[in-house]
Design a protein around this ligand. Structure first.
Ligand SMILES: Cc1cc2nc3c(=O)[nH]c(=O)nc-3n(C[C@H](O)[C@H](O)[C@H](O)COP(=O)(O)OP(=O)(O)OC[C@H]3O[C@@H](n4cnc5c(N)ncnc54)[C@H](O)[C@@H]3O)c2cc1C
Length: 266
């Protein structure tokens, strides 16, 4: 529950509050922080929503930059991000929530079945933190989050193929499983394979054990890919689905993402 509300006048001020009070949390769209998930957890809300950049842009060098304050609907509406990011954003089925939930908040929330994290991981996204000179790989920041994310940056990657897939019980429900895959095709073989999934572990993450199954090999058929993936998965069992179900459903989802990516240059 919110024990104190501070409307920060600048990101510097927000940073100072974060450093001085362990209970302080950045409040962006509030679609996680202001829900029952935090009813029993005391926190100081440092409202920085209006201070975070919200733009989406592509530089002359092909770097895609997404402001941490951009909301899911911005990702869905803009021609700037790659197709898999727009699809991942639309995977959040409720438009009212898409209008409030920010990209930075999605990273901060670090949900098991995050919509955006798998897609950003397979695009090798990096995060820019307020006050830091260098960007950091998103995966590193997720492993030890600190500071205020201001921009998410995705390098130009000519020839990269990428696709996103999700599964939920009904179209409007939260995702049970999310998955993204990317690779290059070189002489008929997959190179630089990236596979990231949500819903299988406490946090969405890349699965190197799956990437190794396909690296340097021709793209298999769908059934063959799913059969290779299933034994390598050890999903968590939670209220969204049993481990046994998730293993089977996720193996199909990974196969779907791999095969769809063949047709989609990002
Ligand atoms: C009905 C409903 C449906 C939802 N559906 C989905 C879904 O389909 N997919 C999905 O992934 N999530 C879903 N969520 C969860 C939530 O909406 C998202 O995770 C959202 O992106 C959180 O963003 P926010 O701006 O609301 O974050 P907030 O709630 O404001 O903050 C979330 C966390 O991120 C931190 N944070 C916020 N901004 C930053 C920043 N710039 N830098 C560092 N830390 C920051 C906060 O301190 C907090 O810990 C849903 C939530 C609801 C209520």
């Amino acid at each position: 529950m919110v024990v104190k509300y501070i409307r920060a006048a600048s990101l510097d001020e927000a940073d100072r509050v974060l450093a001085s009070d362990k209970r302080a949390r950045i409040l962006a769209g509030g679609t996680q922080l202001l829900t029952s998930e935090f009813r029993d957890r005391e926190f100081v809300a440092v409202d920085a929503g209006s201070l975070l950049p919200r733009g989406l842009e592509r530089t002359a060098e092909g770097l895609t930059r997404i402001g941490a304050g951009a909301v899911f609907q911005d990702l869905a509406d803009s021609p700037v991000p790659s197709r898999i990011l727009s699809e991942a954003a639309l995977g959040m089925a409720n438009r009212n929530v898409r209008n409030a939930a920010t990209v930075g908040g999605n990273l901060g929330a670090a949900r098991s079945c995050s919509s955006l994290v798998p897609a950003l991981l397979v695009l090798d996204a990096r995060v820019r933190i307020h006050g830091a000179a260098e960007t950091r790989p998103l995966a590193d920041w997720l492993a030890a989050p600190s500071g205020i994310v201001t921009w998410i940056e995705i390098p130009a990657s000519p020839g990269l193929r990428a696709a996103y897939a999700r599964w939920s019980r009904t179209a409007c429900d939260l995702s049970v499983l999310t998955c993204a895959a990317s690779y290059r095709l070189q002489d008929g073989s997959l190179r630089d394979v990236r596979i990231a999934c949500g819903g299988l572990d406490a946090r969405s993450r890349r699965f190197p054990e799956l990437e190794r199954l396909f690296e340097g090999r021709p793209l298999p058929g769908r059934d063959e890919a799913a059969a290779a993936v299933a034994p390598a998965l050890k999903p968590i069992d939670d209220l969204r689905g049993s481990a046994a179900f998730k293993r089977l459903r996720a193996s199909e989802l990974v196969a779907e993402a791999l095969l769809t990516a063949r047709e989609v240059s990002r």
